[in-house]
Ligand binder design. Structure first.
Ligand code: NIG
Ligand code: FE
Length: 406
């Protein structure tokens, strides 16, 4: 089988082209567009990119893919998902449609804890099969690199099983050990003592990062600090769910601890925006989650204008964002967050890759980087945002091989 793949005749190719990583400010808008383009993939990486008229005859065995009428962008990177869960929350979705709020359902023992019960009932094989299925959904939307959190086990076996399942399905596992206090624990502090002593040592071997839900009704800033400091000492990168409903100290904590990202930010005010803009913490925006819960959208335009590094992700989970569709998130970014298509593209490719620590390997179509491409059924790459809820993904190339075709 040839190890080289020539994608030829592309109507357009578009790749973010920032001068430094992660992209911010004017660099966030830097996109290189090539008309009538080709991409040559070799041994899993991009060998060359250019215009068809500059393509020289190739020696040796090369597989060809006729991409006339299609546009290429980098494989999408979903840097925030919760794919390891059992059951669903369709009843809760219906209750919310009738007026109940997400926080009320959470306080009444529904919400996250109902998914914890359903996830604990699955065996390891079934849990792994669910994550595999969800990874397939992501691929069909053009996602070639993704992060997956635990956090619906909250006991040792189910948490570690979730991390293994994410890794086995090709994702980057994040230990969300501090997602909620499980019912068998008396309070948040005792639960964290137990999780740090009993789960962290093994979780640190399996995961790339740790995450905490810092929020009214979940974990407070002091508890989040204790959990994250222990995780950092065990070698994990740090993430935070912060400012989803209230500003509870997540932004200063993320900056102080050198977290890779703070995610949500729907409640972040001007001080938080300014602080993030002067930091190395990436602000991960989750517009599908705000839409799904009918909550205010995060201050994306203010963050971008202030020079903050931003990323976009789905937040795929059964409660607050039941979608794996990054092209839909791109549409929301352009219509609801007032980001330009180029900014949104960088936010869900190269910058999302930076959140996962792989910005030097994926997220751009550049020689030497992994040959992950999405071929859009569109004459212009901006259909990624423009074709609202459309079947815009025609095919996906992963590490230089065709891995999905509609
Ligand atoms: O990112 N906010 C906390 N965690 C998830 C939701 C989890 C759930 O509702 O099951 C989120 O929105
Ligand atoms: Fe989340």
């Amino acid at each position: 089988m040839p190890t080289r793949l020539l994608v030829r005749g592309l109507a357009q190719l578009a790749t973010p082209s920032p001068t430094s990583l992660p992209a911010r400010g004017r660099d966030l808008r830097a996109v290189e567009v090539i008309e009538d383009a080709y991409v040559l993939c070799s041994g899993g990486t991009v060998e060359a990119v250019g215009r068809m008229r500059d393509l020289r005859a190739l020696r040796g065995d090369v597989e060809e893919l006729d991409a006339r009428g299609l546009s290429a962008i980098p494989g999408l990177v979903d840097c925030h998902t919760h794919p390891a869960f059992g059951g669903d929350r369709v009843d809760e979705f219906s209750l919310r449609a009738g007026g109940a709020t997400y926080e009320e359902l959470h306080a009444a023992g529904g919400g996250i804890l109902s998914t914890v019960a359903a996830t604990r009932r699955l065996g390891q094989d079934e849990l792994a099969a669910r994550v595999e299925r969800h990874a397939g959904w992501m691929l069909g939307h053009g996602t070639t690199t993704w992060e997956g959190k635990s956090g619906y086990g909250l006991d040792r076996d189910t948490e570690l099983g979730s991390l293994r399942a994410v890794r086995a399905a090709g994702g980057s596992p994040t230990w969300l050990g501090a997602h909620a206090v499980p019912p068998e624990q008396s309070d948040a502090d005792r639960y964290l003592d137990w999780a740090i002593a009993e789960v962290l040592p093994a979780a640190a071997e399996l995961a790339d990062a740790a995450d905490v839900f810092l929020e009214r009704g979940a974990f407070d800033a002091a508890q989040a600090r204790r959990y994250l400091e222990a995780c950092r000492a065990a070698g994990l990168a740090l993430r935070l769910h912060g400012d989803q409903f209230t500003e509870s100290g997540a932004v200063p904590l993320a900056i102080e601890l050198g977290a890779r990202s703070i995610d949500h930010l729907e409640a972040t005010g001007p001080d938080g925006v300014a602080a993030l803009a002067h930091s190395d913490v990436v602000g991960v925006l989750l517009p599908a989650s705000a839409l799904f819960l009918d909550r205010p959208q995060p201050p994306a335009r203010a963050l971008a204008d202030a020079g903050a590094a931003i990323a976009l992700a789905t937040d795929f989970n059964p409660g607050s964002a039941f979608t794996t569709n990054l092209p839909l998130v791109c549409s929301l970014a352009c219509t609801q967050l007032h980001l330009g298509p180029a900014e949104a593209l960088a936010a869900m490719t190269v910058n999302a890759a930076c959140v996962l620590g792989v910005g030097d390997r994926v997220g751009r179509i550049v020689p030497g980087l992994r040959a992950d491409l999405v071929l859009l059924d569109a004459p212009d790459w901006r259909y990624l945002a423009y074709h609202l809820g459309g079947d815009v993904v025609a095919a996906v190339i992963g590490a230089g091989r065709p891995v999905f075709r509609r």
